[in-house]
Design a protein around this ligand. Structure first.
Ligand code: FO1
Length: 315
């Protein structure tokens, strides 16, 4: 891989953070920018919560809880327990250590910092070496229309446990938002390789693509995606259930079709190798490999394979 090559990783939370951390293991800080979905963000208990940004910060600094994937390792829940005693909302589990991040971020935002600036400061303090930016400094909020009504993202995802049947997903205020300045500058400088990490297409990647001007910005760059669907199942979260409810094929092919026109290449698991010809017929190169990341070695290996594949001349 050319040392001067620049990579833009686009990530949601837990699943995407795994590949992002693999890319961070093989690329220098000056070679990788990680742009993160903020459609999941919300105001809760007077604080600005940015779950996917935090998942990336915690994963890249080695502090993420290894079982949950979100939040911090060695967490305690005293504040949440006391909040419940007082009759406060405890459906969204904010740990004691994690609360410090939300307090500090909210303080920085109240003092007039942008979300990019606040994120850079938090990430630096946690020892994250690679730059992490929100998709936009303007608030974009994902909401989910279901058979039980419309929910803000975290209400649907956590409080309702993704149980309602999804009819549509909306990215509120995306049309008024623009890409974060560092993201724009990263792409404007030269055409970086864009890697869509294996995140939920509807809940994690589409909010990023919905930001006004984002698709045009990415348009001139080679884009590769890693399928978050393996063997008809989501590696994490409700992607498979949602795809079925939205009436699309619950398969790697279904994801490739969703991104048709944007992708130059698509990475699928060996388990889905039989779908390769159909995906190639959508007009993209296909890499078939082991995509399930169980440990740090898997993350790094997959990152290297994706970079190597995209550095090869198209056959
Ligand atoms: N996910 C849950 O399923 N339940 C929770 O109570 C929860 C709390 C939480 C607190 C902080 C944080 O940064 C993330 C948290 N998440 C929780 C994950 C969050 O819902 C993410 O948005 C999803 O994982 C989607 O990326």
């Amino acid at each position: 891989m050319n040392a001067a090559r620049r990579v833009l990783a686009i990530s949601g939370g837990v699943g995407g953070a795994k590949l992002a951390s693999g890319l961070a293991a093989v690329l220098a800080p000056g070679e990788l920018l990680i742009a993160v979905n903020t459609g999941d963000d919300f105001e809760h208990l007077g604080l600005t919560i940015c779950p996917d940004l935090d998942t990336l910060m915690y994963t890249l600094s080695g502090r993420a809880d290894p079982v949950r994937g979100w939040g911090l390792a060695d967490e305690t829940w005293h504040c949440l327990d006391s909040l419940a005693v007082l009759g406060g909302p405890d459906w969204f589990r904010l740990g004691d250590r994690d609360l410090a991040t939300h307090l500090r971020r909210s303080e920085l935002l109240r003092a007039g910092r942008t979300l990019s600036e606040a994120t850079a400061e938090l990430a630096r303090a946690l020892g994250v070496r690679h730059p992490i930016v929100p998709m936009s400094d303007a608030p974009v909020r994902t909401s989910v229309d279901t058979d039980r009504g419309s929910f803000a993202f975290q209400e649907y995802f956590v409080r309702e446990r993704c149980e309602p049947v999804v009819r549509a997903v909306r990215y509120e205020r995306a049309a008024d938002a623009g890409p974060a300045p560092a993201l724009r500058a990263w792409i404007d400088g030269e055409r970086p390789l864009v890697v869509l990490c294996p995140s939920n297409p509807y809940l994690s990647v589409d909010p990023v693509l919905a930001v006004a001007g984002m698709r045009e910005l990415l348009g001139s760059s080679p884009v590769v995606a890693v399928s978050p669907i393996v063997g008809g199942r989501a590696l994490k979260g409700p992607a498979a259930k949602m795809m079925a409810e939205l009436g699309v094929s619950v398969s790697a092919y279904g994801v490739a079709e969703h991104y048709r026109g944007l992708l130059r290449a698509f990475v699928i698991d060996r388990e889905d190798a039989a779908q390769e010809p159909a995906i190639a017929a959508l007009g993209m190169r296909v890499l078939v490999t082991d995509t399930v990341m169980r440990d740090a070695a898997d993350r790094e290996r997959l990152a290297r394979e994706v970079l190597r594949f995209m550095a090869e001349p198209a056959r």
